[in-house]
Design a protein around this ligand. Structure first.
Ligand SMILES: [Zn+2]
Length: 642
């Protein structure tokens, strides 16, 4: 019954819609208050003619959906072709009161789908935690138990009748100004600060911007709160939230399955479609979609390097001080050698963003652009978060946040670890080319994270301590086989050793890991890739240059996967390190002094000496009662834990 009625209803609706638009034109010249009378026939909430909703005063930002602002109201014009397409919603706290922690932290990631009903548009949540392939009978059962909850329901305000690109208009203000749990302050924070009611008077939509593949919303929410993190007397807490809604690719990328023996950022989901007697969590890599162009297929198969269909491009923020830009760019393109091991040339490229004259629309918020952002903030750090497609692991975008005070951190490390053998490091301010080299090193390390690589703390142990004192060895191999270790600067080398290398480069492990994760395996399903991937691991099994050791949180169990250590023997390495500290201490005053300056720098660097000494002692004491971990499969010789 209902099925038969629906088309009729639709026709009636369309007719009503049509007659209204002619009516609207007839009455156009009259004042608004008078014109409102003849419409009394239409029920409140019914769609109105397009130009009555999106008036000529509308300010329009075109993009994925056109976003219209009419007075204080915001409308999405959703192209009908985008209904039922999957979109990724990433929510972050963009600004907070002090005490909550710095902005930018992700609070929620969800896959959403816009669905059109005759009078409503629904925003539904799609779960990707539990799946089964479409073609399997079990798919239906999974769909039923994964019934997609409705996040929000919108009345349709108007239809755009365009024979080529019909669209549907909804008003979205309340999605952002009301307390919609999935897009707002997370429950755990509400509990912590005893946040109760949302104060509508102090909550508002700050901005809504549309780009070709994403829409960025910023809204401020104020809650009455029993124990706010700051400004106790206010009795409330305000946060600004940024929701990025990103169109997911129509065709998900082929997955590459994760293996513990190679370090990789990976995501898991429960799959009921696998040919196994139990449901299984499967994990696959987060990685960029690097594909071979059709016309290059033969070359690629013959082992020639080819350029990928779409290279990875990083833009260096315009706010970056000019003298550091070339070094950050070098750090990015240093990874090209690793992609060559995966069969690609020019796979990763650094660029300047276009000037506002060249492209006024260009913005780091646009999901099509990955940007190294330079933030004037006292946080001494850099980080490289990325956004990826939960269906396939495809990295869609990544921004590296570079905080100004990274430089302080680098100065401290470089001083305390190398000043004994390196005149360039003897001072509180380094020459630009010295700092630039350190910036290039950090840039490479952070880019490594955005390519999918986590820290490999088990890398530096591959080198014999005495090799780190050799000019020829360190110049060829750096100070560790991976730039993803916390193997900072060469504290082992002694003054008599000559011109040794002081830091790691993109090393043997990095090239191997990038090949393992990125080399296209043609004409084979993700499932069938597994045996090939396994063989790539077995080629180097047992070779410490190719070992992955994960970062240990809390107490160190495996002394061969420590942070900030070097070489295969902590006792010997620490002895050399302490000898170097003993060379630094008597010179501290001289290396920091400047007329008219107080002793703050001396205090800071003396503190650095002490903590470095503690680090050396820790590297040694962690060997007592330690257990080595080397991941293996059944077919490999030997135990995992020794
Ligand atoms: Zn890191």
């Amino acid at each position: 019954m209902i099925k038969k009625l629906l088309p009729k209803l639709l026709i009636i609706l369309l007719l009503v819609g049509y007659s209204q638009s002619t009516e609207a034109q007839l009455f156009k010249k009259k004042k608004k208050t008078e014109a409102s009378k003849p419409e009394a026939k239409t029920k409140k909430g019914d769609p109105e003619p397009y130009d009555k909703v999106i008036t000529k005063d509308a300010v329009t930002d075109s993009g994925l959906f056109d976003v219209h602002k009419v007075d204080d109201s915001h409308f999405y014009e959703i192209p009908d072709s985008l209904f039922n397409r999957e979109m990724l919603m990433v929510s972050r706290i963009s600004k907070t009161a002090s005490g909550i922690g710095f902005g930018g932290g992700k609070i929620n990631t969800q896959v959403l789908r816009w669905e059109k009903k005759p009078k409503k548009v629904l925003l539904r949540v799609v779960s990707y935690d539990v799946v089964a392939a479409d073609s399997l009978p079990v798919h239906e059962a999974v769909v039923n138990s994964n019934f997609e909850p409705v996040l929000y329901s919108f009345d349709i305000k108007a239809f755009k009748k365009d024979s080529l690109n019909p669209a549907t208009v909804i008003q979205v203000d309340e999605l952002f100004t009301k307390d919609v749990q999935a897009l707002g302050m997370p429950d755990r924070l509400k509990k912590r600060y005893k946040a109760t009611r949302l104060d509508a008077g102090r909550s508002y939509l700050e901005s809504l911007k549309s780009y070709p593949l994403n829409i960025e919303a910023r809204h401020v929410k104020t809650y009455n709160a029993g124990s706010p993190p700051s400004n106790q007397s206010l009795g409330s807490i305000s946060i600004e939230i940024n929701n990025s809604m990103i169109l997911l690719p129509e065709e998900p990328m082929k997955r590459r399955y994760f293996d513990k023996r190679v370090g990789w950022f990976a995501r898991g989901q429960v799959d009921y479609g696998l040919d196994a007697q139990e449901s299984k969590t499967i994990t696959f890599l987060d990685r960029w979609r690097l594909e071979v162009k059709d016309e290059d297929m033969e070359k690629f198969k013959n082992g020639e390097l080819v350029e990928p269909k779409k290279p990875i491009v990083y833009y260096v923020d315009r706010a970056t001080p000019e003298q550091w830009v070339p070094f950050i760019k070098q750090g990015i393109e240093d990874w090209q050698v690793a992609f060559e091991a995966a069969g690609f040339k020019n796979a990763i490229i650094a660029k300047d963003p276009p000037s506002p004259e060249e492209d006024p629309e260009w913005s780091p918020e646009d999901v099509r652009y990955s940007v190294v952002r330079y933030l004037a903030s006292p946080i001494p750090n850099a980080n490289g978060p990325h956004v990826s497609d939960p269906r396939s692991g495809e990295i869609l975008e990544s921004d590296i946040n570079w905080y100004h005070n990274v430089m302080t951190l680098l100065r401290n490390w470089f001083f305390v670890q190398t000043a004994a053998i390196n005149p360039e490091a003897r001072g509180v301010e380094f020459k630009d080319e010295v700092m630039g080299r350190l910036i290039r090193f950090v840039s490479s390390h952070e880019v490594g994270h955005t390519l999918g690589l986590p820290h490999n703390m088990g890398s530096s142990v591959a080198y014999a301590v005495d090799s780190l004192r050799s000019e020829s060895f360190t110049k060829k191999y750096g100070t560790a086989p991976s730039i993803m270790d916390y193997a900072r600067f060469n504290y082992v080398a002694q003054p008599e050793d000559g011109d040794v290398a002081l830091m790691p480069n993109i090393g043997i492990y990095d090239k191997y890991a990038i090949k393992w994760g990125y080399k296209p395996i043609l004409d084979v399903s993700a499932e069938d890739e597994k045996s090939i991937l396994d063989s790539w691991i077995l080629e180097h099994a047992g070779d410490p240059m190719y070992r992955f050791g994960h970062q240990q949180v809390g107490d160190v169990v495996d002394p061969s996967s420590q942070t900030e250590d070097l070489g295969d023997n902590a006792i010997l390495a620490s002895e050399y390190g302490i000898k170097n500290l003993q060379r630094i201490v008597p010179n501290l005053v001289e290396w920091t002094q400047e007329d008219g300056k107080n002793y703050d720098d001396l205090e800071t660097l003396y503190g650095q000496v002490l903590s470095q000494y503690n680090r050396y002692m820790g590297h040694v004491s962690n060997n007592i009662g330690g257990v080595y971990e080397n991941h293996k499969t059944y077919d490999q010789e030997g135990a995992v834990y020794t």
